[in-house]
Ligand binder design. Structure first.
Ligand SMILES: *Cc1c(COP(=O)(O)O)cnc(C)c1O
Length: 394
């Protein structure tokens, strides 16, 4: 018999919802036409593309013409930042030190081409210091790019406040909202963003499909030259099954958000409380209030993160150390570094990202195992033993 697995890595990717999969299937084999073709097969494909565009527009309160389909969050971030950079004479970009690599590395690649980069400082809870923005903006500033929900420590950034400043200064605001869209309410009008990146596989849709919201009237050059799909801004034959899946994931999120957001947030808070009460010296990174519904990020001093992850995996729990994208190099996470969390503790940090399928019993079982594994690993840590010796002599 296979051991029961509990999946707590929904920030890395989610399971495709059964209903999403069912909705996608006909577009592989039955309605396989090219959405740009004028015959019946093409029209069937085109219809689902436009239906999905409408679902996504509704989910984020945009107009359908403001949605451009892409291959996912990484492309959307590249498209937004490079597309703007190429369309303007301004040469200064402001971002934050806790962005996803798809934003950070894009900005750094523009810096090598001669752009100037500035980083909005963040506080030790992992939230950008809004009050610093205004004085950083110059007449040469093109864009401010700040994510909505952080993929490591789960902080929700004050986009609305940032947008009041960017608006008043005539600067564009982009947000990587990949962790947030489909997992909490997101409204582009309320946030005041001009561009926003979205990815289906972070909210129970398929991998390899996403979108960029571009506010009407924003001048953006394409990354890809080709057949002029998507109002000439994103060429390439439509990924109709993927787009159908994205649309269905949006429809489900719209219908069920009122139920799953409070449910997952309650599980998250329960897990946080149990960790703080049952695991000595554990602490929670990020902000307890402005936090993605499913994110728990903790540090365990004197425990090595990778060892912890592997022991938990053996016990049936899939979690992450910091960010999945940096899991294979043991460097300290750029997010924790920017928050000036001390290096020893950052070594033993763990991200537990809850999803729609997790249950109370998963949380309870997890805390038990985590407490045991943490105790075990600490027994093996010379640093931990030294610290306890120290205590005894005081
Ligand atoms: C996952 C993720 C991305 C990348 O999205 P893909 O669709 O996997 O390319 C970008 N930004 C954030 C915040 C993410 O969590």
């Amino acid at each position: 018999m296979e051991n029961k697995r509990v999946y707590f890595d929904n920030a890395a990717t989610t399971m495709v919802d059964r209903r999403v999969l069912e909705h996608m299937l006909p577009f592989f084999s039955e309605h396989y036409g090219n959405a740009s073709s004028l015959h019946l097969e093409g029209i069937k494909a085109y219809q689902v593309v436009e239906w999905s565009r409408n679902q996504l527009a509704q989910l984020v309160q945009a107009q359908p013409e403001e949605i451009y389909f892409t291959s996912g969050g990484t492309e959307s971030n590249n498209f937004a930042i490079k597309g703007l950079a190429r369309s303007s004479k301004k040469r200064h970009i402001i971002t934050s030190p806790i962005e996803h690599p798809a934003v950070l590395k894009t900005a750094q690649s523009l810096a090598r081409e001669g752009f100037t980069l500035s980083f909005l400082p963040i506080d030790n809870k992992g939230i950008v210091k809004v009050e610093e923005l205004e004085s950083m903006i110059t007449p040469n500033t093109l864009l401010v790019s700040v994510m909505l929900g952080n993929n490591e420590v789960g902080t929700i950034q004050p986009l609305k406040e940032l947008s009041l400043i960017t608006r008043s200064k005539g600067v564009l605001l982009h947000s990587d909202a990949v962790q947030a869209v489909g997992n909490m309410p997101v409204d582009v009008k309320d946030l005041g963003v001009d561009l926003m990146s979205i990815s289906a596989h972070k909210f129970y849709g398929p991998k390899g499909i996403g979108a960029l919201f571009v506010r009407k009237g924003t001048n953006l050059l394409p990354l890809l030259d080709g057949g002029e799909h998507e109002q000439g801004k994103r060429s390439g034959t439509y990924n109709t099954p993927g787009i159908a899946g994205l649309g269905k994931a949006c429809e489900i999120a719209l219908q069920e958000m009122d139920e799953f957001v409070p449910r997952i947030s309650t599980l998250r808070d329960d897990l946080i409380n149990k960790i703080l009460h049952q695991i000595p010296e554990a602490y929670i990174n990020g902000d307890l209030k402005n936090r993605l519904p499913g994110n728990v990020h903790l540090s365990l001093p004197y425990v090595e993160g990778e060892a912890l992850l592997l022991r938990l995996d053996d016990a049936g729990f899939a979690v992450s150390t910091g960010s999945a994208c940096s899991a294979h190099n043991l460097k300290i996470s750029h997010v924790l570094k920017a928050m000036s969390t001390d290096v020893l503790c950052a070594q033993g940090s763990l991200r537990i990202s809850l999803g729609r399928h997790n249950k109370q019993e998963d949380i309870d079982a997890f805390v038990q195992v985590l407490a045991d594994v943490a105790r075990d690993l600490r027994q093996m840590s010379p640093l931990y033993r030294a610290s306890k010796e120290g205590d005894r002599h005081v």
